[in-house]
Ligand binder design. Structure first.
Ligand code: HEM
Ligand code: HEM
Ligand SMILES: [Fe+2]
Length: 479
């Protein structure tokens, strides 16, 4: 892809490295969706690929690919912003950064192959080191954990020392501090205790404090940067909002951790703490939502008043950021709030309702804006002044968003049925679990989820085709 860029020598090495990360991210995104489709089919036909490619494995690869592609796209986005925000074209140790990219990619490939080839077996000390560490979303074995830490340290050193050398914008200051917290939290998922309550307690430090604190702040920095690039948003305004969000997210997000401590054997005071603080979590999400739309509306009005028409410099990026604002608010804020009080959660815990929330939140808060960053990257490395949304790009936006919303609605209905039949009526026993899953409402809901999953996947194909061609098309139409 890069070789076809006319002025590739003029493209900052940092941005070139960003594109390498984006490419792997998209491949892993595709793998994630395929695994989801297999796991979804297994809900409908439990014998499908049984003992060849079990549900447990398809599900595991699905959610690990999710986490890893997002981390790739996050590292890519950081390298994309770095030159603009620090004024330094070439990060201090770009060669090492590239090497780290290849090491990480090789490690990810090995881990996935091991997952696929060794699906069952005894859980021993050695399997923790070489096969699977057994923590949902973070299953990578310990050798890979340690490798990941080394690679992330190289990445972080590159960002940190480049930042120290260059100019220090507010956006970059938040990013540098936040990345340290994000990387540091990973360590909480790397040790093992025999007590399952203590183990779960620390595991949530990674999962919850990532998605509800450090990742949210991270995408806040991306939105701030992208809004400046795409609609010339005023830096003082986006940075002010960013600081407010940091304050609120860390405030509500850290104690909001309590909503995962209701039933794992931790003291009961977590009921009150979890209920109160996690109920406050949607507040910063509403603020972000208002912030993006307000900025956009103001800029639009400004442009119209001057007869300039649309002031949007990158159509697809702006579209995906807007979906991000809605999606984050709906998926994390609304769908999260639904089941966050212990009085509700006692019925919904671990049901398809949780899956509905997980899908819309990860998609809305993260997938959307990271896709937007990929378009921004293409615009920058191809040197395109104004990037319009193509037909393929519009199909991708529509089908992916519609598909994920459809899956969410279907899963919410499945969860509702579980709450009524399995939990309330039949008392949440083992038999109740199976009875509820064999009733028509549940099966129909799972069927619709699979159909909507296929819609999402078709949208993904359009997305890939668009990302592969939009740079060249826009460059040619310029000449
Ligand atoms: C972008 C932000 C968020 C993401 C990506 C996200 C994602 C997830 C995921 C994947 C799970 C399932 C974890 C598991 O496997 O057990 C989960 C659980 C949960 N989330 Fe979120 N979440 C986000 C924000 C929120 C917010 C803001 C709230 C509350 C207002 C919330 C409330 C909950 C609760 C209560 C559970 C536990 C569900 C259960 O008991 O089964 N989440 N979240
Ligand atoms: C082709 C579309 C997709 C299909 C068919 C699909 C299917 C599935 C299935 C069957 C599971 C296991 C649910 C369970 O254990 O009850 C799952 C889990 C999950 N998927 Fe997907 N998925 C798709 C796309 C996505 C997307 C786009 C995202 C986010 C960006 C996502 C995020 C997740 C998460 C976070 C979980 C764990 C949820 C939990 O533990 O509650 N999936 N998916
Ligand atoms: Fe949480």
């Amino acid at each position: 892809m890069l070789s076809s860029i006319k002025n590739s020598a003029a493209v900052s090495p940092s941005k070139q490295l960003a594109m390498m990360y984006f490419r792997v991210a998209i491949v892993l995104f595709g793998a994630q969706l395929l695994m989801g489709l297999i796991a979804g089919l297994q809900f409908l036909y439990p014998s499908f690929l049984y003992e060849i490619f079990d549900f447990s494995v398809a599900r595991m690869v699905h959610i690990n690919a999710l986490v890893v592609w997002m981390l790739y796209a996050m590292i890519g986005s950081t390298y994309l912003m770095l030159p603009d925000e620090t004024g330094i074209d070439k990060p201090v140790a770009i060669g090492l950064g590239k090497l780290a990219f290849w090491v990480l990619t090789a490690a990810v490939a090995v881990v996935v192959l091991v997952f696929i080839f060794i699906q069952v077996g005894p859980g021993k000390e050695s399997s923790i080191w070489f096969i699977n560490e057994g923590r949902e979303y973070l299953e990578a074995p310990r050798w890979a954990d340690i490798g990941i830490v080394v690679v992330v340290l190289i990445f972080y050193a590159n960002v940190f020392f480049t930042y120290m050398k260059g100019k220090k914008t507010g956006i970059m200051t938040v990013m540098v501090a936040n990345l340290m917290a994000l990387a540091g939290l990973y360590l909480a998922g790397m040790f093992f205790t025999d007590n399952i309550s203590i183990d779960q307690y620390w595991w949530w430090w990674v999962i919850h404090l990532w998605v509800e604190a450090t990742w949210e702040v991270f995408v806040g920095t991306l939105a701030a940067y992208a809004l400046i690039k795409v609609i010339d948003a005023k830096r003082e305004i986006v940075e002010m909002w960013l600081w407010i969000e940091v304050l609120m997210l860390f405030g509500s997000g850290i104690l909001g951790l309590g909503h995962h401590y209701f039933w794992i054997g931790t003291p009961e005071y977590w009921w009150e703490i979890g209920a109160l603080f996690s109920a406050l979590e949607p507040v910063p999400l509403v603020a972000m939502f208002v912030h993006v739309l307000y900025d956009w509306g103001k800029e639009q009005g400004h442009a119209d008043a001057h007869g300039k028409g649309s002031a949007i410099k990158n159509g697809p990026t702006m579209a995906w950021i807007t979906i991000n604002a809605f999606g984050n608010f709906l998926g994390a804020g609304i769908w999260g709030f639904f089941h966050t009080l212990p009085q509700v959660n006692i019925y919904t815990h671990g049901s398809q309702f949780t899956a509905a929330h997980g899908h819309l939140a990860f998609f809305g808060a993260y997938a959307t804006i990271l896709i937007g960053m990929m378009y921004l990257g293409i615009q920058q490395v191809y040197g395109i002044e104004r990037m319009k949304t193509t037909f393929k790009g519009k199909m991708a936006i529509f089908l992916i968003t519609f598909g994920v919303l459809g899956m969410t609605v279907a899963l919410t209905i499945a969860g509702y049925e579980q709450v009524l039949v399995e939990r309330a009526e039949l008392g949440a026993g083992w038999q109740a679990f199976f009875t509820a899953q064999n009733l028509p409402w549940y099966i129909q809901a799972q069927t619709w989820r699979e159909i909507m999953g296929v819609v999402t996947f078709v949208g993904f194909i359009y997305l890939v085709l668009d990302l592969l061609t939009i740079g060249k098309v826009a460059q040619e139409s310029k000449e």
